[in-house]
Design a protein around this ligand. Structure first.
Ligand SMILES: N[C@@H](CCC(=O)N[C@@H](CS)C(=O)NCC(=O)O)C(=O)O
Length: 212
C-alpha cells in the first residue's frame, strides 16, 4: 500500500499551505488508495534519524510506494502520474509539456515567490536579504553533503538526468564560493564535471558561443 507522509501537526502559519497537499490532491484526483503517515512537526518527527533516512532535508511530503521512496512534491506527482497513467498524457510530447510546466512552477515561479517570504520569516528585523538567503543555501548544501557521503550519484547508482540538473545547479553555488566547506558535494560535482560528455559539451560551447 502506498504510504504518504504528511503533516499531522504544523504551525498555524503553515497550516493549509503545506506541500503535502499537492500529493493528497493528486491522489484524490487519481482515485488511488493510500495510507497517510501523520508527522508532528513541532514535536520533531521530521528530525528523527528514521525520517532523515527517507528525506535528508527533513521535509514533507514523502511517499513510500512499496519500498520506492520519493521526496519532492514535483517528483512525487510526476511519479504518480506516470505510474497511474492519469493526469499526464502518455505520449512523449504531451508528457514533455507536463514536465516542463511542473519544473517551471517549482523553479521559475516558486523560488522568487517564496524567497521573499523566507527572508521576511527567517531573516528577522534588520537582516540583509542576501544574508538570509545565503544561510538557507548553506543549510541545504550541508544536508546534501551528508547525502552524498557514500553515494557516487545523487539519485541512483548510475548517472541520471538528476545528476545533470544537480551538477549544473551546484556550478552556480560554486561560483558564489558556497561549496568550500562541503567536500562530498565538491567531489560529486567534480565527478560529474569530469565526464567526457560534459567536457565535449563545454568545449563545443566555448568554441561556438561568443562574449557579447
Ligand atoms: N522542494 C520540496 C519542499 C518541501 C517543503 O518545503 N516542505 C515543508 C512543508 S511545505 C516542510 O516540510 N517544512 C518543514 C521543515 O523544513 O522543517 C517539495 O516541493 O516537496
Amino acid at each position: 500500500m502506498l504510504k504518504v507522509y504528511g503533516f499531522a501537526r504544523v504551525n498555524a502559519m503553515a497550516r493549509g499551505n503545506t506541500r503535502d497537499l499537492r500529493v493528497l490532491w493528486a491522489l484524490e484526483e487519481m482515485g488511488l488508495p493510500y495510507e497517510l503517515v501523520g508527522m508532528d512537526h513541532p514535536a520533531g518527527d521530521l528530525d528523527s534519524g528514521a525520517f532523515r533516512a527517507l528525506n535528508p532535508f527533513g521535509q514533507l511530503p514523502v511517499i513510500d510506494d512499496d519500498g520506492v521512496v520519493v521526496t519532492e512534491s514535483g517528483a512525487i506527482l510526476l511519479y504518480l502520474a506516470r505510474k497511474s497513467g492519469r493526469l499526464m498524457p502518455r505520449d512523449p510530447a504531451g508528457e514533455a509539456q507536463v514536465v516542463r510546466w511542473s519544473i517551471a512552477a517549482l523553479t521559475s515561479i516558486e523560488v522568487p515567490v517564496l524567497s521573499g517570504w523566507f527572508v521576511d520569516v527567517m531573516g528577522g528585523e534588520g537582516t540583509k536579504p542576501s544574508a538570509a538567503l545565503r544561510d538557507w543555501a548553506v543549510m541545504r548544501l550541508a544536508q546534501l553533503d551528508g547525502w552524498l557521503a557514500e553515494r557516487e550519484f545523487v539519485a541512483t547508482d548510475g548517472f541520471t538526468v538528476a545528476d545533470i540538473l544537480m551538477a549544473h545547479v551546484l556550478g552556480a553555488a560554486a561560483n558564489k564560493g558556497l561549496l568550500e566547506p562541503h567536500a562530498n558535494v565538491r567531489a560529486y560535482r567534480e565527478r560529474c564535471a569530469a565526464r567526457p560528455a560534459w567536457q565535449r559539451t563545454l568545449e563545443a560551447y566555448f568554441a561556438r558561443v561568443e562574449v557579447g
